[in-house]
Design a protein around this ligand. Structure first.
Ligand code: CO
Length: 136
């Protein structure tokens, strides 16, 4: 069911410092910060030849990243995102197998303008998984 790894998301305590580090120290191609108020985050995408890295920084008062950074003050891997061809079919299969979907269970539009869902980390080895409906 899952397809390509779309991205790995890293929560960062200092967005400007992280952008500079990826650009200058690691020599990566780094996009511009985008605010995602529906998800409570500012995101920066870094394009690698085979996948993307998503830097996450808290946006607003109820950001899910704030708690994460309190527990992980230096930052850390926050989630990984797999592509699926049909997010509703994927969701229904996961629910039928006992997996929990975070939030309302309805897909939200993610940072790429495509529908996404998050799966409960306790059902997947402590790993927060994002599913994104791929464009083809
Ligand atoms: Co993501």
């Amino acid at each position: 069911m899952i397809g390509r790894l779309n991205h790995i998301a890293i929560a960062v305590p200092d967005l400007d410092a992280s952008i500079k580090q990826y650009k200058e120290t690691l020599g990566a191609i780094v996009g511009d910060p985008q605010d995602e108020p529906n998800h409570g985050v500012t995101v920066v995408f870094i394009n690698l030849p085979n996948t993307k890295i998503e830097l996450l920084y808290p946006l607003g008062k109820n950001s899910p990243i704030t708690n994460f950074l309190e527990k992980n003050p230096s930052g850390g891997i926050h989630h990984i995102c797999y592509e699926v061809s049909n997010i509703i079919k994927a969701r229904d299969k996961l629910i039928s197998e006992g997996a929990r979907i975070l939030g309302s269970g309805e897909p939200k539009i993610g940072a790429h303008g495509l529908p996404v869902l998050f799966l409960h980390p306790k059902d997947f080895n402590g790993c927060l998984i994002e599913l994104e409906e791929a464009t083809k």
